[in-house]
Write a protein that binds this ligand. Structure first.
Ligand SMILES: Nc1ncnc2c1ncn2[C@@H]1O[C@H](COP(=O)(O)OP(=O)(O)OP(=O)(O)O)[C@@H](O)[C@H]1O
Length: 257
């Protein structure tokens, strides 16, 4: 359970994340998607409940074990949350400094590798966040999230604010990381294209809990008003038509109930 003052954000919320999947977390504005992400990674302590990652009870772990666990996941926040006084490479090195003791030369090499892995030019490493475009900042944040070769990455609205081409490129990057590194991805998103393109499963937050989880096909069959509107509304139809046009299959019909 998560509550801020008298406002209950989550109550009796249950969600599983399976190894190797890309899970898309959707829900109306203010339903608590970011709070959920922040709670799982320990930035927000819930009033009640249990969070288990890799079979370990996150909330009751001693500090040293918790830090070890934290080294196994990476987080990229919506605005990047990069340190503005550090260059991109120095930002990527932050988790390395926090968790490991490595010579500077090796950290520089790892940073350069992660920067290239997310599709940024090598010169981007020497730039400060203020010198980057929004899309580049998101990639830099992803590079930092990948610094420790994590098993899970948590992404908060990674494609928000990107143009459609940039968003599609980011999606394919995530898909590649999932396929090549076996990465598990927890992704808060409003982006219907991302849901179609890369999410193996979708979790819908509404009414303070996870209302339903399932594939895109499962979502299309739900008759909860918000889910129906979200997955069958005009924006969803436009996304479906684009995808159907690309794949040559007709878009699925809305439920009749
Ligand atoms: N630190 C906090 N203190 C008080 N209220 C908070 C805090 N963090 C979040 N909230 C409240 O919790 C609710 C859920 O916020 P959250 O940011 O998780 O929503 P969201 O689903 O991610 O929304 P959006 O899609 O608009 O980003 C909101 O009503 C917000 O005002």
């Amino acid at each position: 359970m998560n509550r801020f003052g008298s406002q209950v954000v989550h109550d009796d919320l249950n969600l599983d994340l399976y190894r190797g999947e890309v899970l898309g977390v959707v829900g109306g504005s203010g339903t608590g998607k970011s709070v959920l992400l922040r709670t799982i990674v320990g930035l927000n302590r819930p009033q009640a409940g249990r969070i288990e990652v890799f079979g370990q009870d996150v909330l009751s772990l001693p500090v040293a074990q918790r830090r070890k666990l934290e080294a196994r996941w990476g987080v990229a926040f919506q605005d990047g949350a990069l340190f503005s006084s550090l260059t991109v490479a120095q930002n990527v090195e932050v988790p390395l400094r926090e968790h490991l003791r490595l010579p500077q030369r090796l950290m520089d090499e790892i940073a350069a590798m992660k920067i290239s892995m997310v599709g940024l030019a090598p010169e981007a490493g020497a730039k400060f966040p203020s010198e980057l475009s929004g899309g580049m900042r998101k990639r830099a944040a992803l590079a930092r999230a990948l610094a420790m070769d994590p098993e899970i990455v948590f992404l908060d609205e990674p494609t928000a604010g990107l143009d459609p081409i940039g968003a599609a490129a980011y999606d394919s990057l995530i898909k590649q990381l999932q396929e090549n590194l076996g990465l598990t991805v927890f992704m808060v998103t409003h982006d219907l294209d991302s849901l179609h393109a890369i999410c193996d499963r979708i979790a819908v937050l509404a009414e303070k809990r996870v209302l339903v989880t399932g594939t895109m096909e499962d979502m299309m069959e739900q008759d909860h008003p918000w889910i129906r509107e979200y997955f069958h509304g005009p924006r969803a139809r436009a996304a479906m038509h684009d995808i159907a046009a690309r794949s040559g299959t007709p878009p699925p019909a809305a439920p009749t109930a």
